[in-house]
Design a protein. Structure first.
Length: 193
């Protein structure tokens, strides 16, 4: 997605910085991240290009929040790897500034469990046909998962893979919302179809 916010004629130009940001800087506006260019369009237009598709951050309670930035179809996987949670979306570009996390700007974020002070991991998948795969092959994720598929009414899905469990429980509040318990792992979901 490209937003041209100031299209200039050839008699004038913008150079140097935009809103105090140098060429190539990343700007956060609302939940979105943009890369600033003062040489876009015909060469002298200011452009803001959405830089990341998915962000990982901590909320005020220390919960990990994975959020759709640009409303596209997400295909996220979460798995425990050692003392970390790995979040992957092939072909997408993920961003995080959580202390200790690695993978910013790639398709896989590795986030230490020790950096997640809260008890929850929340996926806000937003618009688009989204899929979350919870891979339990590395063990319980040690956090309660909440997966919000988003308000659009087709195509959001949840998959559970990996692991062997003595018990599982499935509670559907209605056709779109409910919870799944597998062993000690609890996954709440809303807005799935
Ligand atoms: Ca999405
Ligand atoms: Ca969705
Ligand atoms: Ca939905």
């Amino acid at each position: 997605m490209l937003h041209i916010i100031d299209s200039l004629d050839s008699a004038s130009s913008i150079s140097g910085t935009f809103a105090g940001l140098p060429e190539g800087a990343v700007l956060q506006a609302g939940g979105d991240f943009f890369r600033v260019s003062c040489a876009g369009g015909t060469g002298n237009d200011v452009t803001l290009t959405v830089e990341y598709t998915t962000s990982a951050s901590l909320d005020a309670s220390g919960n990990l929040v994975i959020a759709d930035v640009d409303g596209v179809d997400d295909a996220l996987t979460i798995v425990k790897n050692g003392n970390n949670l790995e979040i992957t979306d092939p072909g997408k570009t993920l961003t995080t500034s959580i202390p200790g996390a690695t993978g910013h700007g790639t398709s896989t974020l590795t986030i230490p469990l020790a950096s997640i002070g809260g008890t929850e991991v929340v996926f806000d998948a937003g618009d688009g046909d989204d899929r979350l795969t919870v891979d339990l092959s590395g063990g319980d994720l040690e956090r309660t998962l909440t997966y919000n598929g988003g308000s659009q009414t087709t195509g959001d899905a949840l998959s559970l893979v990996g692991g062997t469990f003595a018990s599982s429980d499935y509670t559907a509040s209605n056709a779109n919302d409910g919870s799944v318990t597998v062993g000690s792992s609890v996954i709440n979901y809303t807005g799935l179809e």
